[in-house]
Design a protein around this ligand. Structure first.
Ligand code: SF4
Ligand code: SF4
Length: 212
């Protein structure tokens, strides 16, 4: 009989100890971010998935050589030269510009040597997918769709949280008016003739959207 009542006492004690911890957390400051309903806070120099301006790329492969893990793949159909008057590269088609994000460590070393400043670390922080193939991003293919950065699967839904919709619109806005140039970069174009002492004009839309 004594054991019976001792067991009841122990059970009640255990429940009270558990409930005390639960109650403490009920009134504690919330630290969990309800992502994706609430945006994560990105620091100003956050390095996310790349933002690539294909129409300014001269296919010099300096980024590829700088990459410590060899995860950038570039194929071009011929020599490309920058047109100093417009800041746009012309010549052999950019057949492929791909980055394997299963290897990339987001060090940003590829952006440093880029002579045309067309490769930037972007503000995409998540690229989840159903298989490993999505980890290899084909930027030349994205350029044909007017995109400079990969769009995560969940961000392709029709209904998005406000912050995600705003970010998506900022990407589209940042490449507005350049879609034709982006598409032309994936085709063979005549190499521009050297301009007579014209200073290199910074191309419009050259900066990634805010948050990059
Ligand atoms: S961020 Fe670093 S690892 Fe990733 S592609 Fe650039 S150089 Fe390579
Ligand atoms: S360094 Fe810049 S211009 Fe050269 S291939 Fe890479 S992205 Fe293109």
């Amino acid at each position: 009989m004594r054991t019976y009542f001792r067991n009841i006492e122990r059970t009640l004690k255990t429940i009270l100890v558990g409930m005390r911890i639960t109650l403490q957390y009920c009134f504690a400051r919330t630290v969990t971010v309800q992502y994706p309903d609430v945006p994560p806070t990105l620091q100003p120099r956050f390095r996310g998935f790349h933002w690539y301006e294909i129409e300014k790329c001269s296919a010099c492969k300096a980024c590829m050589r700088a990459c410590p893990v060899d995860c950038i793949y570039i194929e071009n159909a011929g020599v490309r030269k920058i047109d100093r008057a417009t800041g746009i590269s012309r010549g052999g088609a950019m057949v492929r510009y791909a980055i394997d994000y299963s290897k990339c460590m987001f060090c940003g070393l590829c952006c440093e040597p880029c002579p045309t400043e067309c490769l930037h670390m972007g503000n995409i922080h998540d690229l989840s997918g159903y298989d490993r193939s999505v980890a290899i991003v084909e930027f030349a293919e994205l350029a044909k769709q007017g995109l400079r950065t990969p769009v995560p699967l969940w961000m392709q839904k029709a209904r998005l949280p406000g912050w995600a919709q705003a970010r998506k619109e900022a990407w589209i806005e940042a490449s507005q008016g350049r879609h034709e140039e982006m598409r032309l970069a994936t085709t063979d174009q005549p190499i521009p003739k050297p301009a007579a002492a014209a200073p290199a004009a910074p191309a419009e839309g050259a900066k990634p959207p805010p948050g990059n």
